[in-house]
Design a protein around this ligand. Structure first.
Ligand SMILES: Cc1ncc(COP(=O)(O)O)c(C=O)c1O
Length: 405
């Protein structure tokens, strides 16, 4: 029987959204109602290969049965309790994250921006604990760290700042991948360097080894923290658990979110000692941070990552997909670059990316337009060769069609 209280058609949902939501997104005309593995279905029953993955969230695939089971079991036991009490899934998740990397302690929040906010506060608090009043955070031009005022101020892209000034003081931007400029910007006033080692929203640009090594050296020289924003790159996306592992550099802290919850909102800040112990009671907090439901989902997602070797799979499938994309680029002649690491890839076109993405969608492939001429591919880490081939074939036909217009 039809549920009269719910919209009956995709066009109804779009009309409701247009009327009642703030216009913060330029949405594609699709209402997605179901997902499984690497695929999603819209309200009209059309199936799409999802190479957007909720912008990097659905790393273990849509509705992974382990995550769904953990969520349903936790939902029937305990949905929420304050951090004034101990929370079992939260403690277990912290243990997993600490034992799988070089970090000593975790703080949980609800999003990437919140993890970055926590990182900024941790850096300042850590310096204060050392008797230093330094507060400046050095970040890179072209970076993206989130939309809250601190994370926005850390973001080195004026187009995101426009209309929201004044920004939070105490941020200094350096050109991305310029080791010398970074070295010169770091001094006795620097509390931390905050970087993405692969800029995601900026267009999928991996930093050079020299840049990341220079960041570690400059931070050590100045007594500043090195914090890596792994909200997009973290937890397997690049073929390593953390993207900084590609660089042989260990940061003092990382910000995580996106893939952590297996589809559920959660963020985390992980830090090494002594910074890991910089916050005392009451100095930072989040009502929902580390809640039982999100932590149970995240713990299941991390177990899936480990048991299905999705990190190794991201490396293998990343190499496979990249190879197919490079071959496709040669055939079409309309791709100027294929770049990225693991399953975090971008295809730079010789014309606008939007029409290509539109044709892809019409043919059953979701891809994201990350810059004017670049498409970003962030498939779930569970994709197989057949799905990669299917995506490349659709992309190739879409590029040919867009170029022929
Ligand atoms: C590197 C990076 N940091 C922070 C964020 C902000 O995360 P959220 O949207 O969960 O606040 C993003 C989101 O795309 C990101 O890519």
């Amino acid at each position: 029987m039809a549920d009269e209280t719910r919209p009956q058609a995709a066009s109804d949902v779009m009309a409701l959204a247009a009327r009642y939501l703030m216009g913060t997104y330029r949405r594609e005309p699709v209402v997605i109602v179901r997902g499984s593995g690497s695929r999603v279905w819209d309200a009209e029953g059309r199936c799409y290969l999802d190479f957007v993955s909720g912008l990097g969230v659905n790393a273990v695939g849509h509705c992974h049965p382990r995550v769904v089971q953990a969520l349903t079991q936790q939902a029937s036991r305990l949905l929420h309790v304050s951090n004034l009490y101990y929370i079992e899934p939260q403690a277990l998740l912290a243990k997993w994250l600490v034992e799988h990397g070089p970090f000593d302690r975790a703080f949980f929040c609800n999003s990437g921006a919140e993890a970055v906010e926590a990182a900024i506060k941790l850096a300042r608090r850590h310096q204060r604990n050392l008797g230093q009043d330094r507060f400046e955070i050095v970040t890179a031009l072209g970076s993206f760290h989130g939309r809250t005022m601190g994370a926005l101020s850390a973001t080195g892209q004026p187009r995101y700042h426009a209309g929201f000034e004044p920004l939070v003081p105490g941020f200094r931007y350096v050109p991305f991948d310029d080791p010398q400029a970074l070295d010169q910007a770091v001094g006795p006033q620097t509390a931390a360097i905050l970087l993405e080692v692969v800029q995601g929203e900026g267009g999928v640009h991996p930093a050079s080894r020299a840049f990341v090594e220079a960041a570690r050296r400059a931070a050590d020289r100045a007594g500043a923290l090195l914090i890596v924003d792994e909200v997009q790159t973290g937890l397997g996306r690049t073929g390593r658990l953390f993207a900084f592992e590609h660089y042989g550099v260990v940061p003092d802290a990382v910000a995580l979110a996106k893939a952590l919850g297996g589809g559920v909102a959660i963020g985390a800040l992980l830090a090494r000692e002594p910074a890991a112990s910089a916050f005392g009671p009451g100095q930072h907090a989040s009502t929902f941070g580390g809640n039982p439901l999100a932590c149970a989902a995240a713990l299941a997602a991390m177990q899936v990552l480990e048991e299905e070797d999705l990190v190794g799979r991201a490396e293998r499938m990343g190499a496979y997909l990249r190879e197919r994309l490079v071959a496709m680029a040669r055939r079409t002649g309309h791709v100027s670059e294929v770049r990225g690491i693991g399953l975090m890839l971008a295809v730079e076109l010789d014309g606008p990316a939007r029409p290509v993405a539109d044709v892809c969608r019409a043919r059953g492939l979701l891809v994201n337009v990350v810059t004017e001429r670049a498409l970003r591919l962030l498939p779930p880490l569970v994709i197989d060769e057949r799905e990669a081939d299917e995506a490349v074939a659709i992309l190739e036909s879409a590029i040919a069609e867009a170029a022929g217009r």
